[in-house]
Design a protein around this ligand. Sequence first.
Ligand code: OGA
Ligand code: ZN
Ligand code: ZN
Length: 367
Amino acid sequence: MTLPVSDYPALWLRDNCSCGDCVAPGTEQKLHGITDLAPDTRIARVEEHEDAVVVVFAPDDHRSRFTHAWLAAHRLDAGSGTRPADDRSEDAKNLWQATDLADAIPTGDWPTFQQDPVARAAGLEALLRQGFFLLRDVPPTDRAVLTVAESFGYVRRTNYGELFEVRVEDQPTNLAFSSLPITPHTDNPYRDPVPTIQLLHCLVNAAEGGDSGLVDGFAAAARLRAEDPAAFDLLARTPVTFRYADAATELSATRPLIGLDPVGRIREIRFNNRSMRPIALPAEQIAAFYAAYRRLAEILYSAEAQLTFRLEPGDCVVFDNTRVLHARTGFRAGGARHLQGCYADLDGAYSALAVLRRGSLESNGAA
Ligand code: OGA
Ligand code: ZN
Ligand code: ZN
């Protein structure tokens, strides 16, 4: 269906002209800024063509061509204009409970993932939609986790190094490096920007216990919103400070437990009981905050929410650290257990997936 050009404000159309004077040829980069366009830009004339319209603007007399397909893809009515596409927000996700995925954990094997673009796209698609995927047959060797991260993105080096060793230490500064159970959490909430992808690669898991859990934090927040909208709002509006310190490091970041995008959709979960600092709120609001925080924790820790599985040597789980919380059960202190972990970021993974999809669209006849 052809939309009348009058559905689109003149200045918006003028700003989106894609002619060679407005966009540098061979790029998608605009050559003008807003101050180059007249504030009183208006449509002087419209010429209708078979598959496009040509608009002549006043006062600059500029001619722009817009295809009907482009106009239809950029409608400004309620359906799209008020809920912009954002791969990071809850609208772009398949929310899950443990039972939805218990027999359907998105799983690939590393040799195929490396060789086959279709398998690689499927893994990255699972990361984007479900928030994680599991790779098997990653050689259980030192630094292999970095090779996995580099296959779809860029390793984020931190104070823990390029990678971190998850094994029992004598004097752990982080409880991950002990044999204690760890409840569902997101990593490094004390960092801004937070690492948006985490990988955990199992080298040894011979200990009794030490099973893994994953929880969809977006699903948990959505459940809280449905049950108790005031509690959800309070958690979305209350800044919380997280902190980590050791002999060489002092990190802190202040963000809400539930991060919303500008139109109110769930976009980021930060949840880590270990590194939360005292909540700063007027005293009379503290009880309500704790009740809301407790309810979100109860949902996150519930058996329905938590997908449990056991990492075997060679397994590598890759997850969205802004959405999916991870956990492990405690294990016998003497037991052998060793994971290597590293961080990466979603922008690189989304780019890798977009380029893979571009390849599949062009594979008809392209060499
Ligand atoms: C971590 C962590 C879980 C595990 O290192 O961030 O949460 O399975 N580890 O040991
Ligand atoms: Zn132009
Ligand atoms: Zn962790």
